[in-house]
Write a protein that binds this ligand. Structure first.
Ligand code: PLP
Length: 378
């Protein structure tokens, strides 16, 4: 369609920069300043200043016993997800993954010859993970449980009580807890982020974070993985992570220089999520306008940058959610993502990215409303 000259509004990917979210100036300046010094490979686990900054970040979040050698810097969290699964899994080892999920998690488990097992997140309970469902899916092959908190695609932020229940399951069944916390600073209203690794020292935890979302520099490809808790039981795994890390030489070096400045500098994200902040206003607009459409329903996202919208499949005669996305694309020139792409088996959903400025978001939401006024899937 673009080749034919159509302009497509891409609300399918959480990429802040094209929507006018600029990186904080001090980060750019630091990267530019350090560019001449970034010509060689770095230590394969990352430059020292970045690893110290990440270590301190988690120490401030009250994660106990984190040392510099527990921090691995990667080309975004994406690379580290794949690496973490490659190191962890033998054939057919099972990993519990939320449904809906961020689909790279499912793909990375499969790529490492493991078996992704999806647990239910409960829409009627603000999309919090369903502990009973998790428990019922644990087998003697279950190796780990993945959390995405704050969640993509649902925007749920997990309560400390829920995290405590997950810790208890991990303790009972000796599971590794893996927490993808890439949106940990993108929180709305009264939401507070709790880092699960800070809540237990006897469980082996892997926590991931990065600069793509909190600092709006997804193109820099800077992320990290931190191991904490009961590292003694995971010594050979940590050794494996070190080997995998050195097999890819190192993460790109100029971007690593952004990490210390980002974590230690002025947190401009707080302006964007404040009550009168740009991201918060966009979230409110998306939530209100989507819920005002007859046949659409969305739980209020408490974090991240997405609305995960339930569609009344019966009303619109929808049997194929991907077809619905193509129909919206063709008629409204707006690209969304169908719910089944997030490995959720029941119900009909789509995910919308609320990154555009309200001047662009409002007409886009009106177009979507208009689309559903007359839609009957053929
Ligand atoms: N994890 C989650 C939950 C995400 O939503 C994303 C990107 O959308 C990533 C990881 C990938 O992040 P990165 O840009 O650091 O590779």
């Amino acid at each position: 369609m673009e080749d034919e000259g159509h302009r497509i509004l891409k609300l399918n990917i959480g990429n802040p920069a094209p929507f006018g979210f600029e990186a904080p100036d001090d980060i750019l300046k630091d990267v530019i300043h350090n560019l001449p010094k970034s010509q060689g490979y770095s230590d394969s686990n990352g430059i020292y200043s970045a690893r110290v900054a990440v270590m301190q970040y988690y120490q401030q979040k009250n994660v106990k016993n984190v040392k510099v050698e527990d921090v691995f810097i990667g080309n975004g969290v994406s690379e580290l997800i794949v690496m973490a699964m490659q190191g962890l899994l033998n054939n057919d080892d099972e990993v519990l993954i939320p449904a809906p999920d961020y689909p790279l998690w499912t793909a990375a488990v499969s790529l490492a010859s493991g078996a992704p097992v999806h647990y239910r997140c409960d829409e009627t309970n603000g999309w919090q993970p369903d502990i009973q469902d998790i428990r019922s899916k644990i087998t003697d092959k279950t190796k780990a449980i993945v959390l995405i908190n704050p969640n993509n695609p649902t925007g749920a932020v997990y309560s400390p009580e829920l995290l405590q229940q997950i810790i208890e399951l991990a303790r009972e069944f000796s599971l590794v807890v893996i927490s993808d916390e890439i949106y940990d600073k993108i929180l709305y209203d009264d939401a507070k982020h709790h880092c699960i690794a800070s809540m237990a020292t006897d469980i082996f935890c892997i926590t991931m974070g990065g600069l793509s979302k909190n600092y709006r520099i997804a193109g820099f490809r800077a992320g990290w993985l931190v191991v904490s808790g009961n590292k003694l039981i995971a010594q050979s795994y940590i050794e494996g992570l070190n080997i995998l890390s050195s097999m890819r030489m190192c993460a790109n070096v100029p971007s690593q220089h952004a990490i210390q400045t980002a974590l230690g500098g002025y947190q401009s994200i707080n302006e964007l999520i404040a009550d009168d902040g740009r991201l918060k206003l966009q979230r409110d607009m998306a939530f209100e306008m989507l819920n005002a459409v007859d046949g659409l329903e969305c739980v209020m996202p408490k974090g991240a940058m997405y609305c995960f919208v339930k569609v009344d499949a019966e009303k619109f005669n929808i049997s194929n959610d991907e077809q619905m996305i193509f129909d919206i694309l063709r008629t409204e020139k707006i690209l969304l993502v169908h719910g089944s792409a997030f490995n959720i088996k029941e119900g009909c959903y789509f995910r919308l990215v609320f990154l555009p400025h309200v001047d662009v978001l409002k007409p886009a939401l009106e177009s979507i409303a208009n689309f559903f006024k007359n839609y009957r899937q053929q």
